[in-house]
Design a protein around this ligand. Structure first.
Ligand code: KG4
Ligand code: ZN
Length: 350
């Protein structure tokens, strides 16, 4: 990318309209693209990969192949929805990591090719940073500083956000992520992957009848592997007496497991909020769609008078509008990437 072209793009932006950003996301099992003009979302399209549903988790090789199949039709559909031509794109923002290497390679490769062909800047995006800022796509958004609880299939983090680019990681999971805890215990109950949404739905008609332990961690960290093991042993024991135990108690099991996961998340969040004297909380990532978590955090925020912010459902789970949003921030700061960058399976925030 020549400096002249980059300057021309920034010049256009300063002179006239808001820049048009294409966002591309392919870090796990959702292929997604979005178009933002400034902060307005003109198109936000996600192709879900149902192929993994029966296997209790994502099969990386299949995920890469499905991303490969999806890229061109997804791009065409996104441009059609946005009612724009390729030539209108001012920059391309793409997830560089963290995520599955093969999946990231597909999105990044497509983004590089398009950046080269259209002569527009390429902007790398940290997927976790994008989740943190997904709430900024809403009308109702937090001022700085705020605490963000990011809860997804691969990550569980409590991050203090002082401003764009300045973060302090307060707590993280030492083993499974919160979404993984839903997915793995859900698999034991015979639910399809991802089990979180189904467990949420079933929990609404169940009661918290079984007690599962919450790991007592120092500081603000989380651990969910003990919960997984305890659910496994509990089910094995009960099934010996009643082979149809899961079938007979499915909603109560879902309500009880969800209660334990939500309690762990809410406990640590409350601790950081109180000790850091922060009164604004944003929640991001797929698990932020969970109705039990939403209700619990709402109750806490009413009690302690915090301001509480959730992204709408389409921005909770993986999407490319949040990727394009970070792209926009970096575009304004002139933070462009070289065309030879490689994906990063691990990409810590900050
Ligand atoms: O953010 P996301 O779409 O992808 C990752 O970056 O991982 O999160 C996916 C995770 C899955 O583990 C899924 O089970 C969970 O979010 N999830 C939920 C709900 N909706 C999605 N977990 C609990 N309740 C939900 N309603
Ligand atoms: Zn995600």
């Amino acid at each position: 990318m020549s400096n002249l072209i980059i300057l021309r793009k920034i010049g256009n932006y300063l002179e006239s309209k808001e820049p048009i950003l294409l966002g591309i996301e392919s870090s796990c099992d959702d292929s997604a693209m979005a178009i933002l003009q400034g902060t307005e979302v003109l198109a936000n399209v996600v192709f879900n990969q149902s192929i993994h549903s029966k296997y209790g988790g994502v099969i990386p090789e299949w995920a890469s192949r499905k991303h490969m199949e999806a890229m061109v039709p997804l791009f065409e559909e996104t441009m059609k929805k946005a009612r724009l031509e390729k030539s209108n794109i001012d920059a391309i923002a793409v997830t560089r990591g963290p995520g599955l290497m093969g999946s990231l390679l597909v999105g990044l490769g497509f983004a590089k090719g398009l950046s080269f062909a259209l002569n527009v800047p390429l902007i790398e995006v940290n997927h976790l940073e994008a989740h943190v800022f997904s709430v900024m796509l809403e009308k109702d958004k937090p001022e700085f500083p705020f605490l963000c609880l990011t809860v997804s299939g691969g990550h569980t983090q409590l991050v203090l956000v002082y401003q764009f680019g300045r973060y302090e990681l307060m707590g993280t999971t030492l083993d499974d992520a919160a979404g993984e805890a839903f997915d793995k215990t859900g698999k034991m109950l015979g639910l399809n992957y991802p089990a979180g949404p189904e467990m949420d739905r079933l929990a609404r008609s169940g009661q918290v009848k079984f007690e599962f332990p919450i790991a007592e961690m120092k500081a603000y960290d989380f651990s969910f592997s003990g919960l997984k093991t305890s659910v496994l042993y509990f089910l094995e024991k009960q099934i010996k007496n009643d082979p149809k135990f899961i079938e007979h108690h499915l909603s109560d099991l879902c309500a009880s497991i969800q209660f334990a996961i939500v309690k762990a998340l809410a406990q640590k969040t409350r601790r950081v909020m109180q000790e850091c004297k922060i009164s604004r909380l944003a929640v991001a990532g797929g698990v932020s769609a969970n109705s039990g978590l939403r209700a619990q955090l709402q109750e806490l925020s009413d009690k302690y008078q915090w301001e509480l912010f959730f992204p709408s459902l389409e921005y909770c789970t993986d999407n490319a509008a949040m990727i394009a949003y970070i792209g926009l921030k970096k575009f304004e700061l002139g933070m462009f990437s070289e065309l030879h960058i490689e994906p990063l399976a691990r990409y810590p925030l900050g």
